[in-house]
Ligand binder design. Structure first.
Ligand SMILES: N[C@@H]1[C@@H](O)[C@H](O)[C@@H](COP(=O)(O)O)O[C@@H]1O
Length: 261
């Protein structure tokens, strides 16, 4: 696992967007897995700026969703489908055909989960998966004690995650669904490159456990330790509880330039 400490969220967004641009120059039809939440927004802003400046061509890129609420009416503005279309697909100038995600309004949720795992595999697998992290260490919507081998499936949100996400629902926790579909941890680990961005003091403990704690289902993001190509990008606040912060700084400062992100 590589840990990169950046001065602030914007620098993290720029670094990851440049990594994505590099991937798209090598593989123009790359499948990019995207996360929702506030944290990845600087990545999407920086990538959109590169596209508008003509620095990278994303016209053949494909976008895959990480997770979804169950039971929101189709087209609900806070469904993750609507969110990814608004925050990523449209700003990049892509059409809905370039986008895939699980069907959170399906009657047979289990079948929808299995269909999404199949669709990801048939699309050739995710090349680069962007991840945020919950305050309890969750990735996607894999709450603590999710199986590290899990595939896409339905999960029940913790009260804390519903409290955290109420801000997207007029601050009203009653509007936050209890159930979600999420790529499993095993599904996420199938991606060729995992890039987790965490910013702010509120993520410091989860980051420390993810990077320096044991691999444990209690901290789902710690499964990144099992992946051969995982990059954790953190700002100073989110890095504040890392015991090896100085080592991570030294390693990154001396990284061979040819390695890229
Ligand atoms: N399902 C999403 C996660 O993918 C995201 O990482 C997390 C943190 O969001 P934020 O970045 O807003 O803190 O929120 C939700 O639970």
């Amino acid at each position: 696992m590589e840990v990169v400490i950046v001065p602030n969220a914007e620098a993290g967004g720029e670094l990851i967007a440049e990594g994505i641009a590099g991937l798209l120059r090598r593989k123009p039809d790359a499948l990019l897995g995207v996360a929702t939440g506030s944290t990845p927004l600087p990545i999407y802003t920086a990538l959109t700026a590169k596209v508008r400046a003509g620095a990278v061509d994303v016209s053949r890129a494909r976008i895959a969703q990480l997770d979804e609420y169950v039971g929101l009416p189709a087209g609900h503005p806070e469904s993750y489908r609507s969110t990814v279309l608004r925050q990523v697909v449209e700003p990049l100038g892509l059409g809905p055909d370039a986008f895939m995600g699980p069907d959170g309004s399906a009657e047979d949720v289990q079948a929808a989960c299995e269909a999404y795992d199949r669709a990801l595999a048939e699309a050739g697998g995710v090349d680069l998966q962007i991840l945020g992290i919950g305050t309890d260490g969750h990735i996607g919507f894999n709450e603590p004690c999710s199986s590290l081998a899990s595939r896409t499936r339905i999960k029940t949100l913790t009260e804390q995650t519903r409290v955290d996400n109420a801000r997207f629902f007029d601050g009203d926790i009653e509007q936050v669904p209890h159930h979600v579909i999420t790529q499993g941890i095993g599904t996420i680990l199938d991606a060729r490159h995992l890039v987790l961005l965490a910013t702010g003091e509120g993520k410091a403990e989860a980051v420390a456990q993810t990077v320096e704690g044991p691999v444990a289902a209690l901290v789902p993001a710690s499964a990144l330790q099992l992946h051969p190509h995982a990059t954790v990008v953190v700002d100073e606040a989110a890095a504040s509880r890392l015991k090896l912060a100085d080592y991570f700084r030294h390693t990154y400062a001396n990284k061979p330039t040819w390695q890229g992100l």
